[in-house]
Design a protein. Sequence first.
Length: 1081
Amino acid sequence: MKLLNILHISDAHIQKKDESEIRKIVAKLINDVLKVQREKGIKIDLVCFTGDLIQRGDKANKDEKQMEFANMILVQPLLDKLGVEKDRFIIVPGNHEVDTSKIVKAMEKGLLVTSLEEINENIIDMNASYLERLDYFYKELDSYYEDIIREKIGYAFVREINGKKIGIVCIDSAWRSSGRGECERGLMYVGQKQVKDLFKHIKNTDFKICMMHHPLDWLSDFESTLIEREMTKFDIVLSGHVHENDNKEICRQNMKTIYSTAGKLYPLDYACGRKVDGYNGYSILNIDFETNLCTIFMRTYFAMGREDFDIAINVNENGKTVYPLNGNTSEKQMEFNIINGIHKYFKHMSETFSLIKEIDSQSPMTLDQVFVDPILSEESEYVKENMDEKDQVLLEELLDEDSNIIFLGKKESGKTSLLQKIGLLYIEDYESKGIIPIHLDMRQLPKKKDRLTNATKYFVMNNMLDDADINKAKVMELVNDGRMVFLIDNIDISDEVQTMMLTKFVKENKNNRFFLTIKEDFFQSLDIKKIPEYGENFKKLYIHFFGKAQIRELVTKWADKREDVIDVNDVVEKIDGYCNQINFAKTPFNVSIFMVLWDSDKNFVPQNEGIVMQNYLEILLEKLSPNESDRSTYSFQIKQHFLSNLAYKMFQKNEYYFTKEEFDDYLYEYHKNKGYIESKSRFSVLFFEKGILSVFNDLVVFGYTSILEYYLAVHAKSNNEFLQIILKKGNRINFRNEICFYSGLTLDCKELLDSMAETIIESIIESIDVAEKLNKLEIMAAFKLQKDELVKSLNENRPTQKEIDNISDMTNTKSVIFPTELSKKKSNIKIDAVKIINSKTEENNEELSEKETEDFYALLQMYGSVLKNAELLDNKYKINHLENYMYAMNILLGEIFQLSEKFKEKLSIEHFRKDIDGDENVLTVQEIEETKNLYMEAVKISCPIAIQNMILENVGTPKLEKAIDDLLSKKTDKPFEKFMFIFLKCDLKIGNVMNELKRYIQNESSESILKLILIKLIFYYRMRFFGTNLVIDNCLLDLIIAIQIKLNPKDNDKITKSINSNKAIVRKKLAKQINKCGTLN
């Protein structure tokens, strides 16, 4: 049999102080190699040592004479026992061979590089002074080997072994090392010239080995790809230097070149003064030229217990791996050039992502740093509320299938980024799959015949690495062999010619895989029955908008580079709340624009609807326009004016769409009146490209209803007559979002707030007693912390952050209104909050009451939003309006209590029993009354928390801090109102929340209010309101305990003593109970 067996060892770090230990390791190494030889029936032919034979280059030939010492205790004993001639022991220098005393600091600075050109210059100009730090090492080589082939730097050998010519190139990667260790990662360079100069001496050998101390990922980014391409000329690349087994794969194959990284031989790893199993070991490579297989046997030194070498099960469960050999250098280099060139394309494929990087230097640099797996489902966005998490399709699982896929998604839903990610994943997995991703954009196909086939050829040829070449026939050979996955973007299903062309292409190349993307309308799902089959069966998957969990992941990834960000929770909540409030699409693109705004202002949180939308649109229309003329000649203000007038024209006819003819007429008249040139403004296409306008059922509409409403608000700023129409008492509820946008753009809004306050105050005066009753609220439910409850293990059910985000998504679903159904001139029901309570007729006041309650709340919502946006309003007016708002919200809560009480009273025993018909244990009258009372207690403790959440979402801004403090000072004798203001401040995370709550609890005497505080704190804890912060969690648990002590005065001393002596245990047990039950017994 024609075999080559290589013993690969590295990193012995020999020095005299370790002599005893090293001798033991060497003896065990020799015995283990002999054992493997016997068990596998092999004989070592070649010993390759990949650097760091000694510990200190400055003691190599003087003082300890470590080179001589190493030869005596390791090299020669090993060769003797294995029966290997000394010329078959090949070594390369490592960073520890460097004589650091010979390093000249001034020269060291001159060798630092900032480009590939500088690397090449330094290698070409290589002189003795550069290599002085390794001068002794090269002299040792010259005296040790008779046939060494030297170049200016590095050296090579040719050995005849078992009838095969073996070429060995020894790359000097240590010449640039100054012995500083990990901080040199990415600074090393070897130079393409070094590799080429040495390879020419072995190019005609049968088997080619490259040895170098540093793995490729230690080389400078300027040359790493080029050197990796040079490595495809070799069959095997051997390296060392890596000391941690999780730092680098021990062995891998890339473009059929086998890479093997040896573990260190010595020193052993220690932790807490004891030996531990680390990355100590070696490998034996068994090359069989008849089967064309390379088997790598990996051995690890297990320091704990056994203190001996054995199968490296810590690296691979079998301790070995097998790779096929491929000596076709040109084939390997061609594949390398294709994959690495295409990789470069896919890394920079997204034009939008590239533009974002241009305008935001703090944005993530790569797709991986920002990509979030999309929500994929066979159901459309509009049935999402019925979709279970298990119905979602995971991208990872999708790639393991072989089915063809059509992705359907709205504009900016991430279709192109998804294809980009799929392309990168195929490249990453190229060694196992051998599939080349091809991206084709249906909007940019060549004009020639067979457009898709030619586009495929051009894609490969145009994206080859550097100056590499490939012919069209070779590309088609890869296609015919089924080596492609086609990622085809921007398909227009309405284009029949395109459909025929794509169907033909899919049929002709059906042994390849296809991923297609098709754009959906904003306002309705694309019927899959209308999608062509394109000649093969395709699985259809919808890309849904982001949920809160996806927003959180994207914000977290984006913030990863920012040292000033500790917790992203506030930004996530505000982005999610902003999108919910104005029904704005949660697409990856939209969230990314919010992130750009955040990077430009680290205090940015999307609260002011008008300013946020204005900034969003300015980025969209100006900064993200690759065409300079789109930005300069026709300014953002001109574009705003065009769109706001378009929105107003739609309002005037109460039809929020134009036919294409109407739009063309408007476009013509606008440009004619302003003296603009349409071919230069590009308004006929620009706004559609940006997604601001869209075509829906052959009608021109605004892409988002919220953008339409924003532009109506913009128009109201310059048209007072229109402003008065939308502010009119009978109309304003229908223009809620327009008014919110308007207030955000105006900032003072005193008159606007005063006009709404008139109606609010009327309701407050009529229902003031409802609010006052809340200050005398009585909660009868007992909250007693039993000792035995503290010791229970109940830690399973606290929701995860993702589960909390999913709950939030479910509670914030909104129905979509089609543009053809949208109207702003519907009649409105007069608000009469008191009628709900005083109504005598049951039947048919339910619908009326519901509508009136909704209208009352809608007005409150609008009032709160305007107040939140009124940043320039004087504080004295903020105080008045905030007090009005809080009174009104308390009245709403009081009405809920009264309605619940009426419901409880009217629920008859017969009705109650009928609802539980079939229950064997029929409830007694007393049990029914107790159940009804429990129902009321549940309403009393849960509804205030719900109302507080509504207040936070509606009026929440830290800029109201002074107004809140001033109002709190007036509420000392109104416990419930004080409770609402205190927690508005805490919900806004103003000041030191935990200290504020501690003082509040200490001073609060109302038992009912303490119970409400307790429920609120449990809500904070359960819902991770302050993020994942252990310190805050412990503070919340301490506050819960403090309330328990106050609520149980009889056991006060006993509980206090028990808790203070075992606080950590009590916290732990209490947390378990809250996590399990959600509350306390």
